[in-house]
Design a protein around this ligand. Structure first.
Ligand SMILES: Nc1ncnc2c1ncn2[C@@H]1O[C@H](COP(=O)(O)OP(=O)(O)OP(=O)(O)O)[C@@H](O)[C@H]1O
Ligand SMILES: Cc1ncc(COP(=O)(O)O)c(N)n1
Length: 268
């Protein structure tokens, strides 16, 4: 069984962060491990408090995993602070996992800063050069490039710019577009388009975490990058189609559909 690691924050309500990542890993049949960077008190309505884990504790978690277990792919989500980013980058440069998927989480769907504003530059300089693929949504791509992005053409231009910062490939996600939820990737040679019809639902908590964890699982399972992304796009589309309301705000996506489907069991 392939072994995958998420380095991310905990979402107490289970829709995003570490919890979404581990659910996605299980649904893909890979063995999930986690390094927790921050604990958030959040629910479907908002983020109410954040406690960052110390850089020393993050380093210890990474050492514990990498000195014992061969890791097939890593995903990075919420990284919170400059020192958190620096220690993660240092350890990943030391242990050199084959695949690193960077989801540059900045602001939650509910509008809370999950990345300290002064840490944006560190994320760009330290994590982008390590990325097999980086998966910004439109607001994140705007912060990284300093440009406004609202069309497919502007998404392509942003992908070229972010690629030039050192990522091997870039996937600009269209979840925040007005029309279709089409994503575009660029690997330095060509663009690939992942078409998605917009699903009319408010329950999209953790879509980005789920997509990046699905890509990570597929890379661990030795899919070439474009196939890893297109399978992940199918997975997130099904997960959004089967999302549901819990609580009073933005509900989570459904993670077990592919398992039910494989087993021939009706979705419940
Ligand atoms: N309403 C929707 N219908 C269909 N696909 C969607 C919808 N919303 C998002 N997606 C898709 O979900 C994936 C994640 O994109 P999105 O832009 O939502 O990421 P994100 O903003 O980083 O998510 P999050 O911040 O919740 O982790 C992309 O493939 C995007 O196209
Ligand atoms: C710990 C953690 N990581 C990531 C997100 C982003 O997800 P969303 O944009 O859906 O709020 C989050 N809310 N919490």
């Amino acid at each position: 069984m392939k072994k995958v690691l998420t380095i991310a924050g905990s979402d107490s309500s289970g829709g995003a962060g570490i919890q979404a990542d581990l659910k996605t890993f299980s649904a893909h049949g890979v063995f999930g491990m986690s390094v927790i960077t921050a604990v958030t008190a959040q629910n479907t309505q908002g983020v109410f408090a954040v406690q960052d884990i110390t850089p020393e504790m993050i380093a210890s978690q990474l050492d514990a995993i990498f000195t014992d277990i061969e890791v097939d792919a890593v995903k990075i989500g919420m990284v919170s602070q400059i020192d958190t980013i620096k220690v993660i980058a240092e350890k990943l440069r030391q242990y050199k996992p084959k695949h690193i998927v960077v989801d540059p989480v900045m602001v939650s769907k509910s509008g809370y800063d999950l990345l300290s504003p002064d840490a944006k530059e560190a994320l760009i300089q330290e994590l982008i050069p390590l990325a097999t693929v980086i998966t910004p949504n439109l607001p994140e791509a705007e912060v990284i490039t300093g440009r406004n992005i609202s069309t497919l053409k502007e998404m392509e231009e942003a992908a070229i710019l972010i690629h030039s910062l050192g990522a091997k490939a870039v996937l600009v996600k269209g979840g925040h577009l007005e029309d279709d939820a089409t994503d575009v990737s660029y690997d330095g040679y060509e663009f690939t388009y992942y078409k998605g019809t917009r699903i009319a639902t408010n329950n999209t908590h953790g879509t980005g975490c789920t997509l990046s964890s699905s890509i990570t699982s597929n890379l661990a399972n030795e899919c070439p990058l474009n196939e890893a992304i297109s399978k992940a796009k199918e997975y997130i589309t099904l997960a959004i189609q089967h999302s549901f309301s819990i609580g009073k705000g933005v509900g989570p996506v459904h993670h077990f559909y592919s398992m039910y489907q494989k087993a021939g069991i009706q979705h419940v």
